[in-house]
Write a protein that binds this ligand. Structure first.
Ligand SMILES: [Zn+2]
Ligand SMILES: [Zn+2]
Length: 246
């Protein structure tokens, strides 16, 4: 995909968490990977919990351990483990809305083993039992383990970001992140659209209409901002409006 950037002179955007270049195919141009997104979320969540004192609660400590364990093992496989709504409902009905381990009202659906969404591999649990199960599955790394120093290094690095008085990265700013990220996406979108001005202007000179321009962009595989979607006359109009207002 890097070649695409060169071909059309598309801009590169850097990951808010690690400053590597974000692959063009990622839908949201904020993080280079789900792992970076998970790290930034973990840091902000921890900073929030520290600020309001929740950090001392047992359940929050468990949640943080689980979230760090997912980061240490390369990130929670969010996409693979997403359970479609109709399957969720089947599991909830089958398990009569109660935790299969302790009988309390069930709140989360657990993969018994691995990632399969087969009904046989899913069960309804309460949050307590789900956390306990997840924690008992976390392998404690020992100093002899080849990943030990990597994981410990990551822990130190993230703890620094959590404990810093002022946020060290923009994406660590638990208070302002909502505003910051919207602005970053907006700016990046603008930058991207501006990079397409020469192509679009050339099409306009050839007297092509918006629909025809969209067709051309699709034919030449110019990616949309989301990395996936197709161009249509509305997205083309956005750029033409920008050209006219600049
Ligand atoms: Zn990154
Ligand atoms: Zn339970």
């Amino acid at each position: 995909m890097a070649s695409l950037n060169n071909l059309y002179n598309l801009p590169y955007f850097k990951c808010m968490n690690c400053y590597e270049i974000i692959p063009w195919t990622r839908q949201t141009k904020l993080y280079c990977s789900d792992l970076c997104k998970a790290e930034a979320n973990y840091v902000r969540y921890s900073r929030n919990c520290k600020k309001d004192g929740r950090i001392n609660r047992h359940d929050i400590q468990e949640t943080l351990r689980i979230r760090f364990a997912h980061i240490a093992s390369g990130g929670y496989p969010e996409k693979e483990r997403r359970i479609p709504q109709e399957i969720r409902e089947m599991v909830i009905t089958r398990d009569k809305r109660h935790c299969r381990i302790c009988g309390k009202p069930g709140t989360s659906i657990d993969h018994i083993y691995g990632d399969s969404n087969d009904l046989d591999n899913l069960q309804l649990l309460c949050l307590d039992c789900h956390n306990k199960k997840t924690i008992s599955n976390i392998v404690q790394l020992k100093p002899g383990d080849e990943r030990y120093f990597d994981v410990m290094g990551k822990k130190v690095q993230l703890d620094l970001r959590i404990d810093s008085e002022e946020p060290l990265y923009e994406c660590d700013d638990e208070e302002n992140w909502r505003t910051i990220y919207r602005q970053v996406i907006l700016d990046r979108k603008q930058t991207f659209y501006k990079s397409l001005f020469p192509i679009i202007e050339a099409f306009i000179k050839q007297k092509l209409g918006k629909r025809k321009i969209a067709e051309q962009l699709n034919r030449q595989n110019v990616p949309a901002f989301s990395g996936h979607g197709k161009w249509d006359r509305h997205t083309v109009k956005t750029i033409i409006d920008l050209i006219n207002s600049s």
